[in-house]
Design a protein around this ligand. Structure first.
Ligand SMILES: [Zn+2]
Length: 64
């Protein structure tokens, strides 16, 4: 599915970081921790939102 807009635990907006996080980790091969530090995502609850996310919307959408 798509990245949730806000952190489930604290409510910080994390959806805006997804595109840059994905690009830098997948295409440029940067470590996830370094990218999250650079983006200013400090709390563990917010970091897990990005680290544990898998974008499945393009795979699942034809079956809805
Ligand atoms: Zn949070």
């Amino acid at each position: 599915m798509m990245i949730p807009v806000r952190c489930f635990t604290c409510g910080k907006v994390v959806g805006e970081y997804w595109d840059e996080y994905e690009r830098r980790t997948e295409e440029e091969g940067e470590p996830a921790a370094a990218v999250l530090d650079d983006l200013g995502v400090e709390r563990a609850c917010c970091r897990r939102m990005l680290v544990s996310h898998k974008d499945l919307v393009d795979i699942v959408s034809p079956y809805q």
